[in-house]
Design a protein around this ligand. Structure first.
Ligand code: COA
Length: 175
């Protein structure tokens, strides 16, 4: 499955993308993500290979329109086919592409996939309270604030709150 927007294409992640995927070790990117351990080529390769046998995770590579190179990934995780829920995640790991509208469009396309193709009923996410850029993007894409895990994230000697946001299928189709 390949999705085309105005600014980005979402396409399957391939083993040939490994070099770009390793940008995820950049501390400025990493401080916003759930996983904390460093990733090397072997672990990334296992991760990519595992993606296409998983019935619970769907990950797309994000490629700027007219370019070849992947600049990040977006996906749905822990898909629960009975309750029709999943958790959204995104990382534009090449910082040169931040603030160009690509993350917003990649988020919108992933929601389209979730609701219009997979027939999910709810997509939620966790975001650190200090990640103001991501929160702004999620609000723009229709995610609603629904909760706060107090002091659930440790970074740089301090605890931070984790915000829970979600979009429901009927909210998506109303927009
Ligand atoms: C968060 C992320 C997906 C956003 O993607 P992006 O392509 O940079 O975002 P966009 O360019 O589409 O939109 C950025 C918006 O945030 C706004 N913004 C930027 N910095 C901001 C800040 N400090 N506070 C509030 N808004 C901010 C921009 O003005 C823009 O809004 P606008 O379009 O209304 O003007 C991307 O930066 C990223 O992957 N970051 C690292 C990993 C990460 O944080 N992942 C999310 C984990 S929950």
């Amino acid at each position: 499955m390949i999705f085309k927007g105005q600014k980005v294409i979402l396409r399957p992640v391939e083993l040939s993308d490994l070099k770009q995927l390793l940008n995820i070790n950049d501390p400025e990117v990493r401080q916003n993500l759930l996983s904390v351990f460093p990733l090397n080529q072997v672990r990334e390769e296992e991760w990519v290979k595992g993606l296409y046998s998983s019935q619970k995770d769907v990950v797309f590579g994000v490629v700027p329109m007219g370019e070849e190179k992947l600049i990040g990934t977006t996906g749905l995780h822990g898909i629960d086919w009975v309750n029709k829920v999943a958790e959204f995640g995104i990382a534009i790991t090449d910082k040169n592409y931040w603030n160009m509208g690509l993350g917003t469009e990649a988020t919108q396309l992933t929601l389209k996939y979730a609701f219009e193709f997979l027939n999910l009923n709810r997509v939620s996410l966790r975001v650190y309270e200090y990640n103001k850029r991501a929160i702004h993007v999620y609000e723009k894409c229709g995610f609603v604030h629904e909760g706060r895990l107090r002091k659930a994230r440790y970074l740089n000697g301090k605890y931070h709150d984790v915000l829970i946001m979600s979009v429901l299928s009927d909210e998506y189709f109303r927009r």
